[in-house]
Design a protein around this ligand. Sequence first.
Ligand code: ZN
Length: 119
Amino acid sequence: MRDDFDAKWNELAQEVMSGMKEWRLQHPKATLREIEAALDERLGKMRARMLEDAAVASAAADLSQRPAAERLKCPQCGADLAGRGHPTRELTTHFNQAVHLKRSYAVCPQCGEGFFPPG
Ligand SMILES: [Zn+2]
């Protein structure tokens, strides 16, 4: 995990809390359901950012960091897979938040099969 997560995630949490406080002051007559929706929206954003950071921090996500013995084999033909850079994959998570994952992309030199390795 990167060291700057503490500061970054603290900042995210602060944004949620101050944003929620502000929203509440501006909506003194909000119903419980409205408060819940406002809170979910803010937590959803924080959740997506944390998910993004935590996923990218995974050492397993980087093929080039793996020792030779742990190199992945092609599920089709069993050949050693070659890393092909780190394209960004966009996923949608809860509360319709976009998460951008920079993952290793592997391509089989033998059969040309390409995929995002797990981890
Ligand atoms: Zn193959």
